[in-house]
Design a protein around this ligand. Structure first.
Ligand SMILES: NC(=O)c1ccc[n+]([C@@H]2O[C@H](COP(=O)([O-])OP(=O)(O)OC[C@H]3O[C@@H](n4cnc5c(N)ncnc54)[C@H](OP(=O)(O)O)[C@@H]3O)[C@@H](O)[C@H]2O)c1
Length: 319
């Protein structure tokens, strides 16, 4: 794999990051281990998780994905080879301080993640989404403190609007403290405006790494959904309500046409399009099996021509 720099930092990450929201939800522990093994064997070195994964599953209080990764890191003895990214912000308990981005919650959440991950440092610690009730200076000071203590190596954020990211950069600059070196936005061929409208320019201008989540629109861009057809995915209802519309089908039709031209798959073409975006560092893929992972890894050998990129851009245009 051709490793990429994480924004302005010296850290090298694989061009695909493996998301682990599926662990303890749609992938059991044995399957999760098999997918992570296959990812590492293919040259991947970058894992994304969050303390809250997968708290929406009945009987799961959160932390399960981190626990699975912790057991895998210990079992495989490969902690030094893996770049582990996790996040805090979501509710991890019933108390008023069990969530958010206050100094208290960030410090408590980091210690809890370290325990679950069975490690003494997190490579990339991210705020999962903004917390309008906590001053950004307090959040950044707490994260800077974790870096000084050696518990965290780099910090990033997710789901920030352009003004919020600018406000955070500005606050770090003012305080002379650590700054967000990565952004995790929701960005794919059928959800472009949210990132492209303003965030893309901010990230390019300030050399902030971009690690887009849901690069396949939760599975829609694999091409397994059709106007008439059904799939047995646990995510089918959410995908139908979000992407079963004319704009979604138009983009998917163009993806299918390019897949035919390149003797590839809609999945690989969708990821290849994202990998070509100048601001993108590493899309965060999701896989429920080694076979699904192989489908995503295939994107690394797809080369799209200028005409094919233009056709995909036109079919998914939002301006
Ligand atoms: N920061 C945030 O707020 C946020 C939000 C969401 C996700 N994330 C991160 O991003 C990661 C990826 O998100 P995502 O899972 O939504 O990504 P995605 O790549 O858009 O969707 C992955 C889903 O597509 C389907 N799929 C993948 N490969 C396939 C194949 N070869 N054939 C058929 N179906 C296939 C699988 O779903 P089925 O098999 O169930 O259909 C899989 O769970 C997460 O694990 C998490 O780390 C972050």
């Amino acid at each position: 794999m051709n490793y990429r720099k994480l924004g302005r930092t010296g850290l090298k990450v694989s061009p695909l990051c493996l998301g682990t929201m599926q662990w303890g939800w749609t992938a059991d522990e044995a399957t999760s281990f098999a997918v992570m093994d296959a990812f590492m064997e293919a040259g991947g070195n970058f894992l994304d998780t969050a303390d809250i994964y997968s708290r929406w599953v009945e009987g799961n209080d959160g932390g399960v994905s981190e626990e699975v990764i912790g057991r895998w890191l210990t079992d495989r003895g490969n902690r030094q080879q893996v770049i582990v990214a996790t996040k805090a912000r979501g509710p991890m308990g019933p108390g008023p301080n069990d969530q958010g981005l206050s100094r208290k919650h960030i410090i408590d959440a980091c210690d809890a993640s370290l325990r679950r991950l069975q490690t003494d440092y997190i490579d990339l610690y991210q705020t999962h989404s903004p917390d309008g009730k906590t001053p950004i200076d307090e959040t950044l000071e707490a994260m800077d403190r974790l870096m000084q203590q050696g518990k965290v190596r780099y910090i990033g954020c997710s789901n920030y609007k352009a003004w919020q990211l600018m406000q955070a950069l500005w606050a770090s600059d003012r305080a002379g403290s650590a700054r967000f070196d990565s952004l995790q936005p929701h960005y794919n061929l059928v959800n472009r405006a949210e990132f492209e409208r303003e965030l893309a320019d901010v990230c390019e201008e300030y050399d902030i790494a971009v690690i887009p989540y849901s690069p396949l629109a939760g599975g829609f861009l694999t091409g397994k959904y059709s106007r008439e057809g059904q799939t047995d995915s646990a995510r089918a209802d959410g995908i139908k309500s979000r992407y079963f519309n004319e704009a979604g089908w138009k983009a998917l039709d163009a993806v299918r046409a390019v897949a035919t031209e390149t003797d590839s798959t809609p999945l690989a073409v969708s990821l290849a399009w994202l990998l070509e975006q100048p601001s993108v560092t590493a899309p965060i893929i999701g896989a429920n099996s080694p076979e699904q992972l192989a489908g995503s890894l295939a994107a690394l050998s797809v080369n799209l021509s200028e005409e094919q990129m233009a056709a995909l851009d036109a079919a998914s245009a939002w301006k």
